[in-house]
Design a protein around this ligand. Structure first.
Ligand SMILES: [Zn+2]
Length: 132
């Protein structure tokens, strides 16, 4: 069991389900740890239904199929965490009750594109993957 005890998954105002802080986090703190054991082959990724593809990130040059709770972290153009070596690390002060957000662009596979619903001031309206 991964030590993701200070967060919970519930309905998000951004989209679908989201991940929320149950306590305050300071910048530099690890907020959640990914389960990195579900690596897909190129074939498995290619055969994945469209609605499952946004759960896949590029991780150390492989297709990582994200599991709960990390798969429910929504993208924000003003994200409060950054992905670092299979974890999400706070880059801004996070308060108990805040939604945990990540900037998908650095992990989302190159060629993938989706609409952004984050609603922040710096929102570009879409998310385009840049990871190879
Ligand atoms: Zn946005």
């Amino acid at each position: 069991m991964l030590p993701n005890t200070d967060i919970e998954v519930r309905k998000s105002r951004i989209q679908g389900r989201g991940v929320f802080a149950l306590r305050d986090f300071t910048p530099g703190e690890t907020v959640l740890v990914w389960d990195t054991s579900y690596i897909l082959t190129d074939d498995e990724y290619a055969r994945l239904p469209e609605d499952q593809r946004h759960f896949v990130v590029r991780f150390k040059g492989e297709w990582l199929y994200m599991q709960e709770p990390a798969r429910y972290v929504n993208h924000s153009c003003e994200a409060n965490t950054v992905a670092r070596d299979g974890t999400d690390v706070a880059v801004a002060p996070i308060h108990a009750g805040d939604e945990i957000t990540s900037d998908y662009r650095s992990e989302m596979p190159s060629g993938e594109r989706m609409k952004c619903l984050c609603g922040t001031k710096s929102c570009t309206g879409y998310i385009e993957g840049a990871a190879v």
